[in-house]
Design a protein around this ligand. Structure first.
Ligand code: KIV
Ligand code: NA
Length: 266
């Protein structure tokens, strides 16, 4: 299959073709999602929640993100693989950010990186892009700043915040981002940002006017029953499917039904 590149993703906006993006953190899941035809695989630092069971994404390290990313890269034949730079891997200095973005490309094999934030990271984004590394921006709800906000509620509801977000989006485009994630902001604001930028926007809880959509794969597959925000559409009930399979296995082991004659060696 023809590989998706950052240029493919940018062109999709012009062609009015919506961009599909889902998260992956491991080889097996990446292979399934890639073969199903996804455009972009995001190795999100949501791995901290989904894979590690942390309450926030804050504890994720470069080493952990490099491991997850290398696993996903081995499972992806067609999709563009973008890796999150974890908290504190890009905020201290632009040089350190560039070094870490480079590690994600060289050691993990990512095709590009994603970074949370607006104005404060714009110079860093420009430096990374100048080095030849594609950067995806991320505005609105930025989970790495959870301790500053205190909640996971919808962002930029106030006019002044909306104005700031629009300015940040334009600054990120100017700095060379090839696309921009908009997380949990009012749909009309996401629509405005989308129409004023030439780079594609990819929304999560940001409405239908974005150029693409992203969800956490484990959430859309119904693997996390407790998490049910309004923006989440469930495409499967994998929790029930897996629970029933495991219960059947336990029962078969207990009754001696498994293994049967065909499932053992003479
Ligand atoms: O880490 C993640 O999964 C993300 C997406 C929700 C955009 O950043
Ligand atoms: Na993330």
């Amino acid at each position: 299959p023809k590989k998706v590149t950052t240029q493919t993703v940018v062109d999709m906006k012009g062609d009015n073709e919506k961009i599909s993006m889902l998260t992956a953190y491991d080889y097996t899941m990446a292979r399934i999602v890639d073969r199903a035809g996804i455009d972009v695989l995001l190795v999100g630092d949501s791995a901290g929640n989904v894979m590690a069971g942390h309450e926030t994404t804050v504890p994720m390290t470069m080493e952990q993100m490099i491991y997850h990313t290398s696993c996903v890269v081995r499972g992806a034949e067609r999709a563009l693989v973008i890796a999150d730079l974890p908290f504190m891997s890009f905020q201290v200095t632009a040089n350190e950010a560039l070094t870490n973005a480079g590690r994600m490309m060289k050691e993990a094999g990512a095709h590009g990186i994603k970074m949370e934030g607006g104005k404060p990271v714009v110079d860093t984004v420009a430096k990374i892009v100048e080095a030849g590394i594609p950067v995806m921006g991320h505005l609105g709800l930025t989970p790495q700043s959870i301790y500053q906000f205190g909640t996971y509620q919808v962002r930029a509801k106030e006019e002044s915040e909306a104005q700031q977000l629009l300015e940040d989006a334009k600054a990120l485009e100017q700095a060379g981002c090839f696309s921009l994630v908009l997380e949990k902001i009012p749909a009309p604001l996401a629509a405005k940002v989308t129409s004023e930028l030439s780079i594609p926007t990819i929304g999560i809880g940001a409405g239908a006017e974005c150029d693409g959509q992203v969800l956490v794969t484990h959430d859309m597959l119904g693997l996390n029953k407790e998490f049910k925000p309004r923006f989440l559409r469930r495409y499967a009930d994998m929790d029930s499917t897996m629970t029933e399979a495991v219960q059947q296995y336990i029962s078969d082991v207990k009754t001696g039904d498994f293994p049967n004659k065909d499932e053992q060696y003479e």
